[in-house]
Design a protein. Structure first.
Lengths: 231, 98
């Protein structure tokens, strides 16, 4: 190995653009520190481009829970001048918007990659779609069978968060993401707390414990990504 | 003294192989997406991928998506092993410098 290759500081790669003329297949040899920097930067860039923005997704869902459950809880407690069905409508619209945005974000990051991870991502997406289709059907049955509005809400939302919690745990296993699995476990614990607290208090549990868990997950992901970017 | 694989030890090929290693052995990435991620010209990336392909480190697959031709690139098991060897040797050499 030449002295040049082991020297600590050869000129680094251009900062703005690494595009080279088409004919330059041969490049100046890298020194060891430049090689390590190149590897670290390429790894960070690949993870950023391929992994999607998980922090943004958790932030989106945390905010959705605050808006949706906040509206329902505020209505239930008499803090907002909304009818319960109107507050339920706010939750529905917020959930629909968040779902659509999440689909777009993940579709953008997974576009252009095929193979095992595309299969895993596709099946995981299908699991979400089927899980919520079953949940919607179950909600219709509950809606026809249970007269009391807030008890109906407790049952429907607990089933929804059960599906979300289980799929977060599964997602963590598939994509080797411990934080996602832990968030799933937290949401299942929140569901138990909501069911135990009953129709009068379940909204406070989802609002204060569930949304907090999602926002904490967003903060953890943001800090983890920033640490990776800064090496 | 460990040696660094000269096929990998060039900036563009090191960036390309690192990215393909992140994409994973059982996955392939579209040439256009890889080009955008690496900020390289199509001709330059092709040239470097050809070198990696000749060494058996990457596999280039041409296909048709709808009516459009598409090229996908993936790291081979040999490429993954060579990359892991390169990283270990780089680490050992840097440890020796410290």
């Amino acid at each position: 190995m030449s002295k040049n290759e082991t020297g600590p500081h050869l000129p680094a790669a251009p900062k703005q653009s690494t595009a080279h003329p088409d004919s330059s297949a041969e490049e100046l040899p890298l020194d060891l520190h430049s090689a390590l920097r190149t590897v670290q930067e390429a790894e960070r860039s690949a993870r950023r481009n391929l992994g999607g923005n998980t922090a943004l997704v958790y932030l989106l869902w945390g905010t959705t829970w605050i808006i949706g459950y906040g509206s329902l809880w505020g209505t239930q407690q008499g803090l907002l001048e909304l009818d319960p069905p109107a507050a339920l409508g706010v939750l529905g619209v917020a959930l629909a918007a968040a779902t659509l945005t999440t689909i777009v974000l993940f579709a953008r990051s997974s576009r252009g990659v095929r193979g095992q991870s595309a299969f895993q991502g596709g099946m995981y997406g299908l699991a979400w779609a089927l899980g919520f289709t079953v949940m919607a059907a179950m909600s219709a049955v509950i809606g026809n069978s249970v007269d009391e509005f807030w008890l109906r809400g407790l049952l429907v939302n607990s089933i929804a968060v059960l599906v979300v919690g289980l799929l977060y745990i599964t997602g963590g296993i598939i994509f080797n993401d411990k934080a996602q699995s832990l968030l799933g476990i937290w949401l299942l614990l929140v569901t138990i707390a909501a069911l135990v607290s009953g129709p009068d208090f379940f909204l406070a549990v989802f609002l204060f414990l569930g949304a907090t868990g999602l926002l904490a997950g967003s903060a953890v992901e943001y800090l983890r990504t920033r640490r990776q970017r800064n090496g | 003294m460990p040696e660094l694989d000269p096929v990998i030890h060039a900036e563009s090929r090191l960036r390309a192989l690192t990215t393909l290693n992140e994409v994973g052995e059982n996955n392939q990435i579209a040439f256009t997406k890889l080009q955008k991620m690496l900020d390289m010209t199509a001709g330059n990336l092709s040239t470097h991928l050809r070198k990696l392909e000749t060494a058996g480190y990457v596999e280039v697959t041409k296909t048709i998506e709808g009516r459009t031709p598409a090229t996908y690139v993936g790291i081979t098991p040999e490429g993954k092993a060579a990359y892991a060897r390169y990283r270990k040797n780089l680490h050992d050499l840097l440890s020796g410098l410290a």
